[in-house]
Design a protein around this ligand. Sequence first.
Ligand code: CTP
Length: 400
Amino acid sequence: MLAGKRVLLIVSGGIAAYKALELVRLLRRAGAGVRCVLTAGGAQFVTALSLQALSEEKVHTALFSLTDESEMGHIELSRSADLLVVAPASADILAKMAAGIADDLASTLLLATDKPVLAAPAMNVRMWLHPATQANMASLRARGVAVVGPEEGAMACNEFGPGRLAEPPVILATIGRLLGQAGPLAGRHVLVTSGPTHEPIDPVRYLANRSSGRQGHAIAGALAACGARVTLVCGPVAIADPPGVGVRRVETATEMLVACEAALPADVAVCAAAVADWHVANAADRKLKKRPGAGPPTLDLAPNPDILATLSRPGPSRPRLVVGFAAETEDVRRNAAEKLARKGCDWIVANDVSPASGIMGGEENAVLLITAQGEEAWPRLPKQQVAERLAARIAEALGQ
Ligand code: CTP
């Protein structure tokens, strides 16, 4: 995907520097040449040796190095790549970039370059939200510096909020876009459902389930990173929107179906939402009150539309590939195979959601992929990696 392209990767200080190693690996796998520059701060977290081993190129650290300067001057180095990527970009290096300070090799290269620059900030949430950092970001953006992330979530410093380095595959996809490379799903439209649905009981109460939306959101992000135009129809979730994805927020199963049908045509549909099977037919339009002497209210449940089965129905607007999920607590293989047949979808991603598995609402997933060609049991992986594998499999299937 990036064959023949050259990236100069500047690794500045911060705990997220370890993820730069993964980024180098992904860039190399995508065919790019990578030359790394490690700042003094970055060297506190990762070694030049690791970067050198993964990039298979000399790592540069010093501005006033006689040997480095004789082999390749820093001005030449700043222009030797198609793109400069600062990942992680600390508050300090962003401030230097904004102010035009050149007091070490990395900041000098950033001032001397005539090539596009991508910054992937990573820092403590308060440092990120500080007006000084925000002002620096505004002036860098105004000067044309591209920015990816930071993402929101739990941080190494035990705080929560924006400040986490964007995931390496997301940085890779951004690099691909900046270098004008089309991903394997370019030109495709993919519809993804994610999260739970909320079925009202009255204006303040609802029926719900434990789905966090993490897996569906990660899939939407991974498909976008492969170049697809992604429409994500999601129920109420407490996680950030995946980058580069069009999001339609809904609450109930019926609203989810309407939003999905409105998003058609699509080449692929991935139904990862944990849709409630029933809604409350006698939902009250005022808050239910306890009445002395009266017993608890009775809820009349009525079936919800099955979105996956509806999208799988043969017809001109049926996506070419429809992927369902099977959340099971027992007999995963048999129930999932039966679900594939009953819903009429093409693939089923089955997973064990029994409380002991820790999958529902957790960070990892262990899936069994059932396709017309047979079954594949994937190892237990972070949900992000499950998403990337699934996106890659979808790209492969559409390419056939
Ligand atoms: N699904 C859907 N609409 C529904 C129910 C489920 O689109 N009303 C989709 C889910 O997004 C998932 C698949 O169907 O892709 C299977 O969901 P799951 O909850 O495992 O199965 P159910 O159909 O609810 O069957 P059961 O409750 O019997 O396990």
